[in-house]
Design a protein around this ligand. Sequence first.
Ligand code: NDP
Ligand code: 2IT
Length: 448
Amino acid sequence: MSNVKSHIESVKDEIQRRDPDQSEFQEAVFTVLDSLAPVLEAHPEYIKANLLSRLVEPERAIQFRVPWQDDEGQFHVNRGFRVQFNSAIGPYKGGLRLHPTVNLSVVKFLGFEQILKNSLTGLPIGGAKGGSDFDPKGKSDSEVMRFCQSFMTELQRHIGPDLDVPAGDIGVGGREIGYLFGAYKRLRGYQNGVLTGKGLTFGGSLARTEATGYGLLYYTNALVKAQGDTLTGKRIKISGSGNVATYAVQKATELGAKVITVSDSNGYIYDPKGIDYKVVQQIKEVERGRIKEYADRVASAEYHGGSVWDFDVDYDIALPCATQNEINKDQAKLIVKDGVKYICEGANMPSYPDAIAVYQDSNILYGPAKAANAGGVAVSALEMSQNSERLSWSFETVDNRLQDIMEDIFEKSEAADKKYQLDKNYQAGANIAGFEKVATAMMAQGLI
Ligand code: NDP
Ligand code: 2IT
């Protein structure tokens, strides 16, 4: 085995030894480490400085108790997390997730991905993630508010506008950010830049709500265009029906494609005439209902139980926008069989490694999450800029900057792919381009 390969294996062994149960974290890190081999060949000083071992260890991982009371007066305890992974290029930045599956492994995988994603945006933000195993489904507004207040009672001592700036993720949208912001303000005073994804009446940025979904389509468009192809007339399968999926449907439709599915954890909608994002928005964002209801409102739509990735239909582009590990190897084989040419990830780590191997063995071009879904955090960073200068930019200004950032991310990934002769491996290209900036910053700052 080469020196580089054995070094990478030793870093993996150490993670395996220290955190044998953190399967999601291992999955995210091992995929990145494997693609960094050519960079280490070119930079032996990174091996000497043991840079990878430092990169995979969070600067700080905080776990705390979140006690709260439901509307019937019952007492509950959830577990809260904030993993401040890497501050080499800026303050910690990344979302908060509220979902029963949240644990330290999940928060660490998301925090690790966030380091390289935030680097790719070109903006000065480090990587972090947090959340809780609290399940907001079926809870009243008052219960969600009390949970958020309790969560912030602890989190407030660890965050700040120049220190660590949380935002939304699964289960955390405008309502939750509002409650979290109100709770922070009562404890620490008004500090506009402590959270992003805020409401437009108290320092939020126009286009933050739409940013991840729009950004996914701007990235996909750049990838498709680079092959001399176009989005016009393409049939797209989207999974999920939350924040990312909804605005991905809107932008895909605007760009001339037809989205034929959306889904949730129970089932999926198939509408051969094209999904109407306004109906999804009304059901999910306004009424907080289930996607099944779409079929009651739109005559051309059908609802089916099960995973949208088991649904066999011909289409051109897959955009997973629900959650991690939603596509396994067999489902990836179906994606290939159904004639898909491009897959770009709106969700974080939606494809298992052996599913990615299936894409790479086929002719599918693959845009990985940390590149394709960076639009949300990019606009979060633009919200921080607006808060610092106490101004609000127009929707058009933010949207134009988002488009430039997503095109730049594709170009950076493509340039790294070409530099290391990876043959259109945009996954490795994104990992390398994201890593190079963080590595340069870490080396320059001494032993951190
Ligand atoms: P939302 O909470 O708004 O929506 C989540 C969607 O995914 C829902 O449709 C939900 O269905 C579905 N989902 C969640 N868990 C599962 C599961 N275990 N199995 C099947 N479906 C599931 O979250 P977002 O849209 O914000 O996030 C979606 C993905 O995008 C996540 O991976 C997130 O990390 C990523 N992301 C989000 C960003 C943002 O700005 N919000 C930025 C970058 C990435 P159900 O209601 O049934 O649970
Ligand atoms: O995964 C992600 O990039 C997000 N959930 C957005 C994080 C942010 O700080 O806006």
